[in-house]
Design a protein around this ligand. Structure first.
Ligand code: AMP
Length: 421
């Protein structure tokens, strides 16, 4: 026997029993997205490396360390998408979806980051991303948050905390950045290697540092909230006013800066205390400069993405039953002679829109009934050849087994499931 080949580290198989909760999450998300008028968009898993370098920013963990990049046979530098916003914006510009119009878009799919795998952190993981273009009003930022909150309610998820911040206008952010650089330069001796690297190119990320040795120097750094421009302050106040009016509880976190370069004004993150160190389940914000930065006309935009693995994990923790698609009828056959007829009957039942699983194993009645039960079907049925009889057995109630004429079986099953023949 040759050795079995295993999956790539950090990339998971999702097995049928796990997918019931994925399906529940995805259908709740589709439902919530439709309730706000979002339309699905799909774009490739692979893009030119340059797209991510330009949009996410050179001095981010993603671009510096985590991208799956390769050269294809014609020498083009390509990357497996580490997130969806860049590809979505690229597609929107390329197909003229963004200029002078409003677009509310969403997508679902795998993302790839070469991180150190651990529980809740994978190299292939899945996100649903939501992006709205052409709307500068702070009420849009608030509506995005309401959408996410509505989804958590639909999933009965509790224990999620909303953190929110404003990064200000690009000009205010640039001025604040200078202040930060000056401050941290005066304290270089207390910075770690990561922060030193970020000092010139992405100093806001130092505020995000998880290194406890930096806690003090970071806590005394100039405060972003105190350095906001007037317009951003007013924008932020309007976002919060909607949240207040809707009773959405939040915590303003002046150190929430997000890892990506392209955010302006509102940024937010939903976290949970139930998943250990990988606590972020959803994150997003406004990115008014990105469309222009990627070669389109200036277009205000905001969005967020949530990680499906972590939300499914939460559903598991609260024993959510998930969404399965059991068959209605398990049609078995324990005499070889009845097999052809059994298959024909199954086809007729499917014509009535019943879901039917056949058992062609010719195993004992007992073993087939066991499988019938496991299949989740509501009833099992079979033909009894010599006597021209058929049997229906309820698998979900104590109702007595019913024996009838073969010719009546289809009608009886149709009746059971309220289908018209
Ligand atoms: P980000 O694009 O980094 O803001 O991530 C948005 C969401 O995607 C996070 O809140 C997580 O739920 C999820 N996520 C990000 N990276 C990973 C990963 N490596 N594995 C699993 N989920 C992830």
């Amino acid at each position: 026997m040759s050795h079995a080949i295993q999956a790539v580290r950090g990339m998971n198989d999702l097995l049928p029993d796990q997918l019931t909760r994925w399906r529940r999450l995805e259908s709740a998300a589709r439902h919530a997205l439709a309730a706000y008028g979002y339309r699905e968009i799909r774009f490739p898993l692979v893009e030119k490396t340059e797209l991510f370098a330009r949009s996410i920013g050179d001095v981010t963990d993603i671009v510096e360390k985590e991208m799956y990049s390769f050269e294809d046979k014609s020498g083009e530098r390509l990357t497996l998408r580490p997130e969806g916003t860049a590809g979505c914006v690229r597609a929107g510009i390329e197909h003229g979806l963004l200029h002078n119009q409003v677009q509310r878009l969403w997508y679902l799919g795998p993302m790839f980051r070469h991180e150190r795998p651990q529980k809740g952190r994978y190299r292939q993981f899945h996100q649903i991303g939501v992006e709205a273009f052409g709307l500068a009003a702070p009420e849009l930022d608030a509506e995005l948050i309401l959408l996410s909150a509505r989804l958590w309610r639909a999933l009965n998820l509790s224990g999620l905390t909303l953190e929110i911040n404003s990064l200000g206008s690009p000009a205010a952010r640039a001025a604040y950045r200078e202040k930060l650089v000056t401050y941290f330069r005066a304290h270089v001796d207390r910075l770690d290697a990561d922060s030193l690297r970020r000092l010139e190119k992405n100093p806001l990320r130092i505020l995000d540092s998880k290194n406890p040795a930096l806690a003090e120097v970071v806590s005394k750094a100039p405060n972003l909230q105190e350095n906001l421009d007037e317009e951003s302050r007013a924008h932020f106040a309007r976002v919060l006013a909607v949240l207040d009016a809707q009773g959405v509880v939040y915590r303003i976190n002046p150190r929430l800066v997000r890892g990506l370069d392209y955010y302006t004004r509102t940024v937010f993150e939903w976290t949970t205390d139930r998943l250990g160190s990988q606590s972020a389940v959803c994150a997003g914000g406004r990115y008014d400069g990105l469309v222009e930065h990627l070669g389109g006309r200036a277009t205000p935009a905001a969005g967020f993405a949530f990680g499906l693995e972590r939300l499914v994990e939460l559903l598991e923790l609260q024993n959510d039953p998930g969404e399965s698609e059991p068959v209605d009828v398990y049609l078995l056959a324990h005499e070889a002679g009845t097999l052809p007829e059994t298959l024909l009957l199954a086809e007729k039942l499917r014509d009535l829109s019943l879901r039917v699983e056949t058992d062609v194993s010719l195993g004992s009645l007992k073993s087939q009934l066991k499988r019938a039960d496991k299949s989740g079907a509501a009833v099992a049925a079979w033909l009894e050849a010599p006597a021209g009889r058929a049997v229906i057995k309820s698998l979900r109630s104590d109702a007595a087994q019913q024996t009838l004429e073969q010719g009546e079986l289809m009608g009886a099953l149709a009746l059971t499931f309220s289908k018209k023949i």
